[in-house]
Design a protein around this ligand. Structure first.
Ligand SMILES: CC(C)(COP(=O)(O)OP(=O)(O)OC[C@H]1O[C@@H](n2cnc3c(N)ncnc32)[C@H](O)[C@@H]1OP(=O)(O)O)[C@@H](O)C(=O)NCCC(=O)NCCS
Length: 179
């Protein structure tokens, strides 16, 4: 249900409660890889923590406030892509993502972002999509750059991960600029 194929056997599906164990297993397998950049990883200790995230994402989806979807490959969660809460007043939203280490380097998240952004502009009729990433997270900031986002500025010391403050780069794309 609610799935769309990406390419080469990868597909995106809206996260449902029944996916909690598989999503948590992917986080467990990639804990060290993910925790360097994602502040929620250390707080995700059990599948129930993942379930709570999925439940709040589904509530957000039902209220037309955003979504969270998993990227699947051969029955396993390869990564997650989703939005923060949509700012309807200003018709803008922030996009986030992560990918298991074994699937890096294939353009999967870039493709997933392309699909999600087209949905946000065309179906949801938003005007602006943002991607924010730590200045030191080169792999992550390569994604908005590859997609033609504009680097709009730096929020200094805006994210605290593992006891260290990181500058956040803010990338933006407007509906009128999206190919
Ligand atoms: C950030 C993250 C998702 C990037 O993963 P990624 O695999 O580099 O991104 P993509 O899936 O878009 O793949 C791009 C890579 O595939 C290569 N590639 C191969 N085929 C490609 C194609 N058809 N299209 C685009 N890129 C392709 C690109 O050259 C690039 O490789 P490079 O970094 O060696 O140049 C991943 O490193 C991650 O999850 N990190 C930990 C969590 C995190 O940082 N999340 C983001 C917080 S802001």
């Amino acid at each position: 249900m609610f799935s769309t194929s990406l390419r080469d056997g990868f597909e995106i599906r809206l996260l449902e409660e029944r996916h909690a164990d598989e999503m948590f297993a992917a986080v467990e397998r990639n804990r060290e890889h993910l925790r360097q950049w994602l502040p929620w990883v250390d707080a995700t200790k059990t599948a129930d923590d993942g379930l709570a995230f999925i439940r709040s994402s589904l509530e957000m989806f039902a209220a037309q406030q955003g979504f969270a979807a998993a990227i699947w490959y051969r029955g396993r969660v390869a990564g997650v892509i989703g939005t923060h809460r949509i700012d309807w007043r200003n018709r803008r939203v922030e996009l986030g993502y992560w990918l298991a280490r074994e699937f890096e380097g294939k353009g999967i998240i870039t493709d997933a972002c392309r699909l999600a952004i087209t949905h946000l502009f065309r179906d949801m009729e938003l005007n602006r999509v943002e991607i924010r990433c730590a200045a030191a997270n080169a792999k992550s900031s390569a994604i908005p750059r590859r997609l033609g986002f504009k680097l709009e500025g730096t929020h200094r010391d805006a994210e605290l991960v593992n006891g260290r403050y990181h500058d956040l780069l803010v990338y933006g794309m407007l509906k009128s600029e999206w190919p």
